[in-house]
Ligand binder design. Sequence first.
Ligand code: FES
Length: 91
Amino acid sequence: MMKDFSRSPDCVFYVCCGSKCKKSGGKHLYKQMKGEVKHRHLKRHIQVIKTGCTDRCKMGPIVAVMPKNKWYLQVNEEMTSALLDEYSRNK
Ligand code: FES
């Protein structure tokens, strides 16, 4: 079955995987978030996208949640679960 690209998710998690954030765990967080969204069957509501540098390298890893325009700094594994809890509650 073809994916419906016209459907927008409720929110998008942009996970910085620029070189500095990657070194401080950004890529790992991205994979973890993707996996957890799939595991929790949230793919229709939350999309996880990796980005290049968001110009906040000293505070990485960075996760920006749109359209709320909320920026999370120094994100770690525990925070990703809490963020998914928070944003999946409003689905
Ligand atoms: S590499 Fe992530 S903010 Fe620069």
